[in-house]
Design a protein. Structure first.
Lengths: 336, 336
DNA sequence: GACAAAATAGTAAACACTTACTTTCACATT
DNA sequence: AATGTGAAAGTAAGTGTTTACTATTTTGTC
């Protein structure tokens, strides 16, 4: 095989060094600190680097230092707008700090979560931002063995592996339910989808508020993902099961908006006939007509904070607070 | 320093081998194919692996084979819902195939794009999915030197580096504008934000359609990101500059929805007084009242296809089609 | 019970870079 | 002129795994 037949591989430090006529060590030095190399060599090396289009290879460094300058981000889903906003917050901090984001999701499956974490660790990520609050023993062991900082996001209550940053979903759901009751609603139905940990916390908050006010909770559940359509479907179900329903509290804005539009289409007046509240406070719910009542949560800030605390710990600082409980906000909008 | 003082590092193959009393090669063999190891050893190795919580390290493999099983995904922004859907499509395909996603974004800056691509390449990504159609010489050289498959997504027209998958943004904008004109609109204003390549293509399509029908285009532009609020602001500007405006075509659904709600608030009837059309056809626009007219684009499919074609090329197949032009769809909704 | 074949396990090298140490040489000081 | 100093560049080793080869043991056959 002639050399012209060979698939040319990406140039290494050695290739650059050969071109200049020095050892790769000299080129390496130039790369980290040009002044460590004599002036005449500086320009020759710079030219050679440019000529060959040299791009450093992190693999040796990852191998010898077990540091990748990459952060693993593991979320249950990418479908949900909430997570897109969390990712944005994370990237906002990580990218300027020179860290690369490795993204993975596990579709709410525990086995998939184990597999994804193993994969992320196999790349020697320097830290991990994960979601959900329950983790298998295997996951806990892997994280312990890996010895890297881990931050759990989304909920602030359950005892964290090391550090959790999120909101108190149960308290938030309680607060909104209570708010609706104070506004005179009695037969409030909860719409739940995707029965993950956070949804379970919210249901608990809703049910507590109902009970504390002597009311009977009714919760519609499904394991499928939420959507506008599902909100409309749930509305029909709710009215069938409890015709005098006067309030609807949804596990997220999507369901709420779907239910609201379904009301508009079938002539049900919001909020006169039925109050509707969502959860999260996405842009759309704060622009639409009528303005959606919702629990405003700091999604992007949650991502930012998680990344910031992770970076702080990578710099050697200890865990400052085990649980960082971010404030939520009840927004009455015009639909209650 | 006593051994108990030392920070324990994550176990290696050698640690497992020592525990069992074999060489690391035997453990390595067990990992890839347990049958290559004698039956008694199989269980002993399995136990040791479990005991130590061994997690494979990809760094040596990346180093010696220059293959990471990771794919770099570089998008202009994470703010936009469009990109969240594209990422979802990509992950849907990549994850089951055993590829890890490395996500980066560059905020529409050319210098940042160069830097991000260099970073992704430094991790020896096996392939790259990037957006936008214009790239600097430096970027082109880096990609050439890297010698990995590259797929450009979002637009289908401009000559691709290797392979492009997207829609014909110019044709789509032409089609929608023409549709609005056929429905009797004459004074159609275009709302543009974030002046990236695709927006420029869409403006071109809009202007062509207006000219071809003997009408005068009016385009409101800004470099900031689009939002519902911006849609409302643009509406005011449009009515000021051209009080008899009877149509609004927005570069995305966000602007359109913002404009539509602003109309509702100020008593302007849609579509009787003004027609409004968006671009992309997000879930919300297909659920709201009135249904938004929009150009439905296959965002998720675009991501899926890009990932599929990338995988096919990683399996050694040549580029099948240089440009894959995905169909768009004009959805009349109820706002035209 | 001898010999070949097959199964099983071991050894060494390679991957690209950096750290830590060593060598070389120019120049200043005595 | 001998010695010391410091800048500049070189050398060797190590990082964890796999590939390719080699050695050893077991099995099967006659």
């Amino acid at each position: 095989m002639k050399s012209s037949d060979m698939k040319k591989k990406r140039p290494t430090l050695q290739d650059v060094a050969d071109l200049v006529g020095v050892t790769k060590m000299t080129v390496s030095r130039f790369l980290r600190n040009p002044d460590q190399v004599s002036v005449p060599l500086q320009s020759k090396i710079a030219d050679a680097l440019e000529d060959l289009g040299y791009i450093p290879n992190r693999a040796p460094d990852i191998l010898s230092k077990s540091k990748s300058h990459a952060i693993g981000v593991l979320l249950p889903s990418l479908t949900n707008q909430v997570f897109a906003e969390v990712i944005r917050g994370i990237e906002t901090v990580l990218e300027p700090a020179g860290y690369q984001t490795m993204l993975a999701h596990y579709g709410y499956s525990k086995e998939a979560e184990e597999a994804r974490i193993a994969t992320l660790l196999s790349y020697s990520v320097d830290g991990l931002i994960i979601s959900e609050s329950y983790h298998t023993e295997r996951v806990r062991k892997m994280l312990a063995v890996a010895g890297i900082p881990v931050i759990e996001i989304m909920d602030s209550v359950s005892p964290p592996i090391e550090q959790a940053i999120g909101i108190d979903n149960e308290a938030a759901a309680y607060a909104m339910t209570d708010f609706m009751i104070k506004r005179g609603r009695q037969k409030i139905v909860y719409f739940a989808a995707r029965m993950d940990q956070r949804t379970l916390f919210k249901i608990k908050g809703y049910e507590s508020a109902m009970h504390d006010n002597g009311l009977t909770p009714l919760c519609l559940k499904t394991n499928s993902a939420s959507s506008f359509t599902l909100g409309a479907t749930f509305l029909k179900d709710a009215l069938q099961q409890q015709p005098d329903t006067d309030g609807i509290f949804c596990t997220n804005d999507d369901l709420a908006i779907g239910a609201l539009y379904a009301c508009q289409k079938s002539g049900i007046k919001v909020p006169d006939d039925i109050s509707i509240a969502g959860f999260h406070g996405h842009d759309i719910s704060r622009a639409m007509v009528p303005l959606l009542a919702t629990v405003i949560t700091p999604r992007e800030e949650m991502g930012r904070l998680a990344a910031e605390h992770l970076l702080s710990r990578l710099q050697g600082h200890p865990v400052s607070e085990k649980i960082i409980d971010l404030p939520f906000q009840i927004e009455a909008g015009e639909s209650i």
